[in-house]
Design a protein around this ligand. Structure first.
Ligand code: A2P
Length: 217
């Protein structure tokens, strides 16, 4: 939970920590709502300003909630990519999985920028680039503007598109997934994964996939 003290009252919202656990700074990724109670102020923060930070992080998108596997699929829409920019920069992810495939679906190309620049920063990082090598794939798609890849990944999974891009369908014996987006998106993914034979996991009972709401809608 991060936020600001506004009119002597704390205003906090749940955010994903977008930076990896070894990072010296915390990174957050947010939409900016011009009239939003918090983000209208957050976007105007200057260096040296204070923010509120609740010191007990919670969340389900952690490696420990997943059984060991070969491929890790990270499915996100919009700012739902934030927890995954942490996961893809965590060396432990590559100890647990051979391949990591990050999907982000946005309406427009300019919304894919944060994911693209994070991927570029991995390639430029001496230590991380050696760990990740060619084991990380980023598949950004748009739904309301033409780009390299178009369409919702839920639709890719329901058609041949997913197999064409990845080479094979989801396999519960070796594939694990984390999903982050809106409620509607999570429900749709959950239904698809359950039908493919993957089960939801938690810290106390690891499974084949875990989900987390990207924002309150
Ligand atoms: P679409 O443009 O077809 O609605 P939003 O801004 O509404 O949260 O959407 C962000 C991105 O997520 C958009 O590209 C949107 O596609 C896509 N999206 C919305 N709902 C779903 C869903 N149920 N399953 C998969 N993708 C979704």
């Amino acid at each position: 939970m991060i936020g600001l003290e506004l009119a002597s009252k704390p205003l906090l919202r749940a955010y994903s920590i977008a930076s990896p656990n070894w990072h010296e700074e915390f990174e957050f990724y947010s939409i900016k709502v011009e009239n939003g109670p918090l983000t209208s102020k957050l976007q105007r923060l200057k260096e040296g300003d204070n923010i509120l930070f609740r010191n007990k992080p919670v969340g389900t998108l952690v490696n420990d909630a997943l059984l060991k596997g070969k491929r890790l699929f990270l499915f996100s829409t919009g700012t739902g990519i934030a927890p995954f920019t942490s996961v893809i920069r965590d060396p432990e992810t590559y100890e647990k999985f051979d391949e990591v495939i990050l999907f982000q679906t946005c309406r427009f190309i300019n919304e894919l920028e944060y994911g693209k620049s994070t991927i570029e920063s991995i390639a430029k990082d001496e230590i991380l680039s050696e760990i990740v090598t060619d084991r990380l794939r980023f598949i950004p798609t748009t739904t309301r503007e033409q780009s390299q890849y178009t369409g919702r990944i839920t639709d890719w999974l329901k058609s041949k598109r997913f197999i064409e891009a990845i080479g094979s369908d989801l396999d519960p014996s070796m594939d694990r997934a984390m999903i982050c987006g809106s409620n509607a998106m999570l429900n749709e993914f959950k239904e698809i994964l359950l039908k493919r034979g993957l089960n939801e996991g938690s810290n106390s009972s690891p499974g084949q996939f875990v989900i987390e709401k990207a924002f309150v809608d």
